[in-house]
Design a protein around this ligand. Structure first.
Ligand code: ZN
Length: 242
């Protein structure tokens, strides 16, 4: 029987091979790097420090360890890339996170705005076996409850546009709240309270470039949001009969 080797990495140190298990911190870095690379954003230490809310020297140290362990490489511009092995592990961490979000939503009926933070604590402890069972129990979801695609399903989100790019008067369906917004519990709770959730239809009724705000008509209720929030909300255009 072939045993899964996801958690085992080989590190060559002084000609001796050491088996290393990725820590929760390393898994968090891998997931953050995967998301930046997926979004075609340059992965540099400063951006990781900002996203993971750690100091620049801490990031440098962790990246050095990850490079020695073979999870990442950096190019001549000092940009970071996942190795094949790093990408495989990052995909697994993100899958475990998203499947856990579904489990908390469907089985424990936790609120949509809270499951991300809870899944952050649980995801590192799941085995490959539990990941597989969850995937099948949750009926192979292609996105998380917030609409972000599971690794390998990025294609379904390809035509969804951020609200900041939608012309006035357009009818849209909300599809996705970006992972970076999921990190902000106050924002997620605000969106949940105002029913800005995947599957909900809204109309872009006002856009004030000088004020950096967009007003959404949510079946009668007018909701004003800033561009910095709107750029994390991805929508699908609906064909309307004029
Ligand atoms: Zn999510």
């Amino acid at each position: 029987m072939v045993r899964a080797t996801r958690s085992i990495n080989f590190m060559i140190k002084d000609k001796e091979i050491v088996h290393c298990k990725p820590t929760a911190t390393v898994e968090d870095y891998l997931a953050a790097i995967y998301i930046l690379e997926r979004d075609k954003e340059a992965v540099i230490g400063a951006r990781l420090a900002e996203l993971l809310q750690v100091s620049a020297p801490t990031v440098t140290l962790t990246l050095k360890r990850m490079s020695h362990s073979g999870w990442i490489i950096s190019d001549e511009k000092k940009e970071i890339h996942l190795t094949d092995q790093g990408c495989e592990l990052a995909s697994s961490v993100i899958r475990r996170h998203m499947l856990t979000e579904w489990m908390l939503t469907r089985m424990l009926h936790m609120s949509w705005s809270q499951v991300h933070a809870e899944a952050d604590k649980i995801e590192h402890t799941l085995s490959l076996d539990v990941e597989e069972r969850l995937r099948s129990q949750m009926n192979n979801p292609q996105t998380c409850p917030h609409g972000n695609p599971l690794p390998g399903f990025e294609g379904i989100a390809a035509d969804w546009l951020p609200l900041t790019e939608i012309p006035l008067g357009t009818h849209v369906i909300i599809r996705r709240i970006h992972e970076h917004a999921e990190e902000n519990p106050d924002l997620m709770s605000f969106l949940e309270t105002h029913n800005i959730l995947p599957g909900v239809q809204v109309i872009v009724s006002e856009k004030l470039d000088f004020n950096h705000t967009i007003t959404l008509n949510c079946t009668g209720e007018m909701l004003v949001i800033g561009f910095s929030i709107a750029e994390h909300i991805f929508v699908e255009l609906i064909e309307t009969e004029e």
